[in-house]
Design a protein around this ligand. Structure first.
Ligand code: FES
Ligand code: FES
Length: 209
């Protein structure tokens, strides 16, 4: 008799197969029935903000923007849209600009954060701050801290040779107005100070590049 015709072999095979299937099916159900521990609602986070070590115990839902403004009283960073669309909340984290309204503070454990307050002071302005004043790069000023942080990081990106969508020569990123406008396009100015902002950035780039 062929093995496939052996009723004993077939029944055993079916039993083994069905046991394996039921084990496989029951495993996820058992895993699902395990109690899931809730994530902590508060956490300690350590940041280096404007070269000052900071230790904060925060609700885990706190954005970096709110941590800076509400917990460290660094109100130079502005909240515009709170949805990542205006750039008013731009700060520099580990050398790169980010929208701080879109990032949870607890994601930045150990990070180096630079806000407008850390770039310069009224008595010792950062060259970009001085250029914005010189070129009238603002009117109401609400977007300005984000614009300046973004501009400083933009020049760093260009120095590092990071291309943008409008870069034509990948071997040499130019400092054209088109290049700067593209890179600064995430920073909205309702007062329309755009051309003066570009002049200010070009001024600093000419001196630093
Ligand atoms: Fe963050 Fe507008 S407040 S992008
Ligand atoms: Fe008023 Fe830019 S200076 S929004």
């Amino acid at each position: 008799m062929k093995r496939s015709d052996d009723p004993e072999f077939t029944r055993r095979g079916v039993l083994i197969g069905s046991t394996a299937v039921s084990l496989a099916l029951s495993a996820p159900l058992e895993a699902q029935s395990q109690p899931v521990s809730a994530p902590p609602s508060r956490m300690q986070v350590h940041l280096l903000v404007n070269d000052q070590p900071q230790s904060l115990e925060l609700d885990t839902r706190t954005t970096l923007l709110d941590a800076l403004r509400e917990h460290l009283n660094l109100t130079g960073t502005k909240k515009g849209c709170d949805h990542g669309q205006c750039g008013a909340c731009t700060v520099i984290v580990n050398g790169r600009r980010i929208n701080s309204c879109l990032s949870l503070a607890v994601m930045h454990e150990g990070d180096k954060v630079t806000t407008i307050e850390g770039l310069g002071t009224p008595d010792n302005l950062h060259p970009m701050q001085a250029a914005f004043i010189r070129h009238d790069g603002y009117q109401c000023g609400y977007c300005t801290s984000g614009q300046i942080c973004s501009a400083v990081a933009t020049l760093g990106e260009i120095r590092d040779g990071a291309p943008s969508h409008v870069t034509e020569d990948l071997d040499r990123v130019s400092l054209s107005d088109a290049e700067l406008r593209e890179r600064m396009s995430g920073n909205i100015c309702r007062c329309g100070a755009y051309s003066n902002i570009i002049d200010a950035i070009q001024d600093v780039a000419g001196g630093a590049a």
